[in-house]
Design a protein around this ligand. Sequence first.
Ligand SMILES: Nc1ncnc2c1ncn2[C@@H]1O[C@H](COP(=O)(O)OP(=O)(O)O)[C@@H](O)[C@H]1O
Ligand SMILES: [Mg+2]
Length: 328
Amino acid sequence: MSIINAYNLSKSYRIHEKQEGVKNTIKDFFNRKYTYKDAVINLNMTIEKGEIIGLLGENGAGKTTTLKMLSGILYPTYGKVIVLNYTPTQRKKEFLKKIAFVMGNKSEINWDLPAVDTFRYQKLVYQVPNELYNKNINLLAEMLNVKHLLNIQLRRLSLGERMKMELINSFLYSPEIVFLDEPTIGLDLNSQIAIRKFLRQYREERKTTIIITSHYMDDIEETCDRVILLSKGRKIFDGSISEVSRLYSTNKVLQLVFDKAVNPLEFAKYGEIIEFKDNTLKLIIRKEQYKSIVTELIGQNRNITDISITNVPFKNIVNQIMAEGRIS
Ligand SMILES: Nc1ncnc2c1ncn2[C@@H]1O[C@H](COP(=O)(O)OP(=O)(O)O)[C@@H](O)[C@H]1O
Ligand SMILES: [Mg+2]
């Protein structure tokens, strides 16, 4: 059963063009000039219950705008979206109780209070019955390993711990859909890993639908079932993580280790250089060229001490799809 359906969903922001100078400011007031920015263009997508979707794209691709339209914070300029059989912008109480929106760069929680006070307030707002509240707080705090921190003023906690509290605050009323906008931004690696693990585990238990945007490809690769790629407001790819890899299974990463310094650019003709450090060079090459490249390199006596071949990292695949602007 699809729980999110978007049809030609589009958002165009109206931007007021300001001219400099006092005279122009007065003139502007009577004769406002506007330009338009197409942030999301004809987005069609369907999301099933229980899916974890990664929404990817460069800065300004339209990810946050999409999440805001799905949650009803923003009106679409064109097109339509139905979420759990509701029109999000109507912001009906029953609808709001079924969704949660977490922004990694904007805290919803008062840092002067301990987390537990905020949770009690949230419980009132969302009318969570005692039993469910206690069960959820216990489960969530346990999963995120912050049980011992619930009574400590939030500003005394680390960034990662605060984000975990933010997540508990949003999950404690058992929403059916959770929108996470850059939830791990700026967090230390351990917190990132803990949050990824939490999201997957929680989804297994509750079948919650999760839509996540992130700059960190590891977040997406390890957490999501499916990725939707946006570029300049348009959807350019929609498919499973394994499909992404299959599309690019024609390429491999060739790793060469040298026993002395080399100029990496001498190897650029074989493929795309993706890393060069500590005398180790990583190149994306076409799979079928592996043999001939290796034979050539060995023949040239290039001071190579080790050669190995691995799969192309997810991050590079995504970058390549974006660079090509592939249409799904
Ligand atoms: N309130 C706004 N007014 C005007 N333009 C905006 C506004 N919010 C976002 N934009 C523009 O819309 C585009 C998409 O923004 P956004 O959805 O925030 O992208 P992302 O989250 O993928 O980085 C960008 O070009 C951005 O500058
Ligand atoms: Mg954004």
